[in-house]
Design a protein around this ligand. Sequence first.
Ligand code: MIC
Ligand code: SF4
Length: 648
Amino acid sequence: MNRNVVQKILDEHIVEGKAKRGEKVGIKIDQTLTQDATGTMAYLELEAMGIDRVKTELSVSYVDHNMSQFGEENANDHLYLQTVAYNKGIKFSRPGNGICHQVHLERFGIPGKTMLGSDSHTPTGGGLGMMAIGAGGLDVAVAMAGDPFNMPYPEIIGIELIGQLSPWVAAKDVILKLLSILSTKGNVGCIVEYFGEGVHSLSVPQRATITNMGAELGVTTSLFPSDDKTREFLKAQRREIDWVELKADNGAEYDRIIQIDLSELKPMAACPSSPGNIKTVEELEGMPVQQVVIGSCTNSSLKDLMMVAEVLKGKTIHKNTSLMILPGSRQVLKMLAENGALANMVSAGARILESGCGACIGQGASPAEGTVTVRTFNRNFAKRTGTKGDKAYLTSPETAVITALNGCMSSPEKQNETYPPWEMPKEFAVDDSMILEPRSENEKSTEIIRKQTIGDPPVNTEYPEILNGEVLLKVEDKITTDHIMPAGAYLKYRSNIASYSRFVFECFNEEDKPTFAESAEALRDRGKHGIVVAGESYGQGSSREHAAICPMYLGIKAVIVRSIERIHAANLINFGILPLEFVSEEDYNKIGQGDTIIIPDIRNQLKCGKKIEVELTKSSGDKDTIVCNHSLTPFELKTLLAGGRLNL
Ligand code: MIC
Ligand code: SF4
């Protein structure tokens, strides 16, 4: 059979189940990645499983999210992460070494390998031809313990790239174009594979920008083949030895094919407040922009930032616009410093921020109220910048830097400037001194330091016999995990579920009314179960399992939705919360906040089939019965009934 790249990698890694579209398969995981905001919980879970040493080929723990260190919480986490990594056989990338996805691409990614990461942008590794998948921390802990990762055998979408990008049109514009075609919903269970003659014109960092933001499509992952461009990149990282060729066979088939002609693309922007809300930059031309931020795991490679520095050379940013730049890794920052590019940025008035996630996750750089911010990031969900009612536009670094000079949204194509030439360096500034090695198997273990701000993962009870619930909240479509569990300034509570839980659904709290957390706790203390009702594509965005653990801690037992995203659904089940889907839209309309929901004999109903009967009593007293579906596999059902994966 002529196979595509996805099929080749899956064939080598499937250890359970049949390679048939939609069937659940278990795949062997070669590498794992964690970052600090999801990592503390993942390692606490690994410890709770009693695992002495990870069983993967490579596991790396990065510190890149919680770097601000206001108060002791972040530093306590870093200490825990460093000591637990040393003891469990995990490499530790110290704070300052860069964003996990950028560093992993530079130093560890290998074509053809599988990787599971506790961050939704793990598919960045697909730029190297890896099958890199984002998941909740508990799934990553399970993979570190040596168990396979379960996923549906994917629908494989082939994206055929033809032609070449014009100058000033960037890799970011390719993925923004694809988002305009596929949108942010309805792609659960798919994997995107790029192929065609256009692939060859793209370097590994450009490919990584595209696979990184594939996360916003809601697909399981995205990947490119591994070719001589991949080899060139790995060689410059002094890792040619890791290169293997990996390409689709002639005549390989895809479930669906979408063709994109690179030469026809224009600079694009994702408008507030969804990465799927796409316009061309031309349509937005002239809009005053008060802030530009360049960085994030999507767009802060050496290639991106050298272009930015060249454009800024000898110029000054617009007086009404501030420009901030976050280099993606220490390697990138060091090279910019050594070749003088950093001086060009600073001379132009750019503010250089730490190599890390920073502004991308609302840790600083919040824009002024009512003003426009242009960012090279991958997400612009409402309030992610930290400012209420924010107007965040996502663009390429090319559009962003020209916009910073002009003070208004500007298409880089129209600037009469020659595009700065770029050549991949023959050698990057390779220096792994900020990556600490774990103990070897014969070295003695040392103390794992856990300060008091780090709490135990909460313990759940078995799933009840009867679901005796109340709808605590009813929300609409595209609710993200940022809505469920805010990040930004609250990130520092991540290692303490009791503290972090106070902020569940904070954005829906109303003044002078009990908060969601207070109402949920009151209900739980009366022995009843909290229920959340939502529209389509519930749980988009971040992989943060806190969006399941904290609701679990508050007594939430079910969410009833029109549709749900993959990572969030898995997280809910892992923590003993049942995801149910409405069969008809009419039923979604029937339910209101405050209604009572009873699901009699729920354990048996779940075991007997996919249909679940729900008794609804409206707050008016009217009664009705509705039917919902569940799609739990036998293993997921076992997990749910046990009260979650840790109990199991
Ligand atoms: C994000 O980009 O939303 C994050 C912050 O990196 C999250 C992880 C987290 O919430 O810690 C993600 O993408 O999974
Ligand atoms: Fe960090 Fe932003 Fe990338 Fe998430 S998307 S890993 S917050 S840089």
